[in-house]
Design a protein around this ligand. Sequence first.
Ligand code: HPA
Ligand code: ZN
Length: 340
Amino acid sequence: MTLSELKNQAFIRSLPKAELHLHIEGTLEPEMVFDLAQKHGIQLPYVDVDALRRAYSFSNLQSFLDIYYQGVQVLRDSDDFFQLTHAYLQRAHTDGVVHVEMFFDPQSHMERGVSLSIVFDGIIRALESAKHKYGMTHRLIPCFLRHLSAEAAMQTLEALLPYRDHICAVGLDSSENGHPPSKFSRVFDRARSENFLTVAHAGEEGPPFYIREALDYLKVSRIDHGVGCEVDDTLCERLVQERMPLTVCPVSNVKLAVFKSMEEHNLKRLLRRGLCVTVNSDDPAYFGAYIADNYLAVQQALELSREDMISLASNSIEASFLGEADKFYWLGKLTACAYE
Ligand code: HPA
Ligand code: ZN
């Protein structure tokens, strides 16, 4: 790395930021997969860590999801979830993350006989520890797997209700094409009636009308990814008007071939059009880039200024589910960064 890149990296890390699109299961590094497989006596179809890392090469969303769902099989007890979450939070702290809104996939654990109490116990212990150690705040967002049925999602929502005090919003992830947001209208109606906020992946690989459906049927507070909005001018105008945040994951988009290269990514164009764009890591262990790496990658490839970096971090605070006082505090710190 050159001296100027090192300086940029330090600047990016110094910006207080919120990570709003992070699947905790996507932070499972190959080393941890092997450690946990050994702990539980699980035979892996890879000879070593390098072989597993070499398998992290994807042609689209589905090719990634196949490996991602295979990886979660090693998560069995609450200490596994603690270790996973703890490692991510430590790393996020060094990247300047002051607040995280974390996704997890309850169905990918429950279908293996791993109970919600195990999952919540491990994740929450780690989140509480990061709050204590770093002052890092958090929200938890369980997601429904959209390749499964709406009935399965409804059962999952009901199973989540005893944990409602730990849940801020519900989300929608997994294979997008063929599974429009409208499929989950009733589940999301129920979730909102239980006072949960809602978010949904839309416009990652799927068409712009999936983004409209997420807004109109699921009444989301944010669109996860959303980069597919660009081809629809009326939709873009609506997103600007409603100041609807997009949780963009640039390195993920390039690794899953949503864009051919980072130079072709539309983040800068969306930002210039006035959209509330944020930068996030999605599944950093699988895509080889945590949040600061994502900021750096877009800054370099799209020639973004330091002011743009501050705008992206400010958008992340604004788009978060933090209360007004916390938002005011962090936005004040970010304004000060502009004058340093
Ligand atoms: N898209 C859909 N589902 C996912 C993703 C994603 O980027 N990451 C983990 N599950
Ligand atoms: Zn995602």
